[in-house]
Design a protein around this ligand. Sequence first.
Ligand SMILES: Cc1cc2nc3c(=O)[nH]c(=O)nc-3n(C[C@H](O)[C@H](O)[C@H](O)COP(=O)(O)OP(=O)(O)OC[C@H]3O[C@@H](n4cnc5c(N)ncnc54)[C@H](O)[C@@H]3O)c2cc1C
Length: 547
Amino acid sequence: MKTRSDKIKELPLIKWDLLIIGGGITGAGIALDAASRGLKTALIEKNDFASGTSSKSTKLVHGGLRYLKQLEFALVSEVGRERAIVHKNAPHLVIPEKMLMPLVKGGTYGRLSSSLGLEVYDILANVRKEDRRHMLSKEETLAVEPLLNEATLLGSGYYSEYRTDDARLTIELIKAAQRKGAVCLNYCEVKSLMHEDSKIIGISALDHIGGTAMNIQSTFIVNACGPWVDHIRAMNNSLTKKRLHLTKGVHIVLPHDKLPVKNSIYFDVPDGRMIFTIPRGRTTYIGTTDTDYKGDLERVLTTREDAQYLINAVNSTFPGISLFISDIESSWAGIRPLIHQGGKSASEISRKDEIFEAPDGLISIAGGKLTGYRKMAEKTVDLVIKRFDKPDEKRFGPCTTRHIPLTEDPLWNEEEVGYYKGAISRKISELGLMDYYAGYLVANYGKQTELIVGLMNDFGDAQPEEALIRAELKFCAEHEMVCSSTDFFDRRTGRLSFDIDRVNRFKGVIIDDLAQYLDWSEQQKMTDRNLLDQKMSDVTVFQADSV
Ligand SMILES: Cc1cc2nc3c(=O)[nH]c(=O)nc-3n(C[C@H](O)[C@H](O)[C@H](O)COP(=O)(O)OP(=O)(O)OC[C@H]3O[C@@H](n4cnc5c(N)ncnc54)[C@H](O)[C@@H]3O)c2cc1C
């Protein structure tokens, strides 16, 4: 892998075919698509990869059942089919998950409409016969999920979705794009756009780590900045007609024994919306809210009101459960970059993606879903290639990303993932680690787990858990462009959300190791520690005032 300084030297030297601004799932997907078709591709991200919305989603690769209610058949069909492709290309990371939708008196769906709706959902998404929805009676539902409210329950629908880790998906896409020749740099911010004869020819950027300012030239520039798309569009005054409509979505995380659901559940809440509870490892997470947002995009916080809304929703659905804000271990808040539709509320706005072309040639892509990233990338790169002069067009092949595995040495299907997890489980138990880590490691890293387990030898004197987390850091520093302890605890390992106790326990040793790998001064170490402490406070302390 090229080093950070190699990339900083190379970026201004080459005239790129395509420069992508933004390293969320949208930008990462475009980078892989373009590089694999032979375009000289670069991507720059102002913060860490996936630090925007792409680490703050519900972490489902799903067809979007709620869009069926809005009669968005084409959207449901497209994202439904995409689920299967993303699962095939990363079966360790995009994992089949049965979803339970309870039917309750006065709820959103009746028995007939949900049975029909779920059947249409399966057909549109081309779900295999054996995985199609089952309708369960009240008794069958209580047998699979005893926590539900017997008094109001009528039955349920049991249907297929996939769960994932959004940030890991983005990081693996970035790595896959780099293997195809793309140059991707985090912590490098676009400050302005460069023009010649009214056409966009490049950007001026600042490397936030070394402080280097650089100009990068490219034939085409794609703005994939998610909630910041309009900030880039404002730089060339192309913010006309359509604009973004930003809405905030919050999730809270509790220890699993506080909400010991056996299934992922998609349920009605009193205000007519529907939310998810999803068991994950030793936790259960709950989300999401959907409220208009006009606050600071650099620091999006969960307020007390957001947290209380989700707590109330759970307490009113599960009669034996009585949660308090103080039970919450962690949380995250993200911004949906939706396209404004006059007169529609946050929840009603379509999740469709759209491409805007500015008169100077800047291409912006906004809206959409994590699940649809591959198709969004295909559409964007098709457009870029169409805009090339005719003779150039022949140079580039068609989109092949449906056949590109996301990791270098992939596990090919669910069976292989299962065998591999078994082998890792035996290996790590010999090393004194809990079995929980086999599932965690394989879901996070796939076959790269072997490398990490091997690296544990470098920390032979440490306790097994410490040796493992330090081995993970070493792997991430060498292969995944980690530049801060927050990159590691949040986007590379998910511990900031799902294992905050261990962040507390190991942050000292992780910052020490990282300081050694990145050659930090005492001052840089302190800055990093302060940033991590602030992030830990942001996800655990909820302000009273609503943003
Ligand atoms: C609460 C919530 C739940 C969701 N749940 C799901 C779900 O379960 N399934 C699903 O499919 N979808 C879901 N989504 C939608 C999905 O998360 C988003 O559609 C997707 O993550 C958007 O990705 P993006 O790459 O477009 O934006 P982002 O991930 O925000 O990436 C944009 C990047 O651009 C960078 N950037 C901005 N300005 C600059 C600049 N000047 N220079 C360089 N870089 C810049 C930012 O730092 C950022 O990293 C959810 C969204 C939310 C908010």
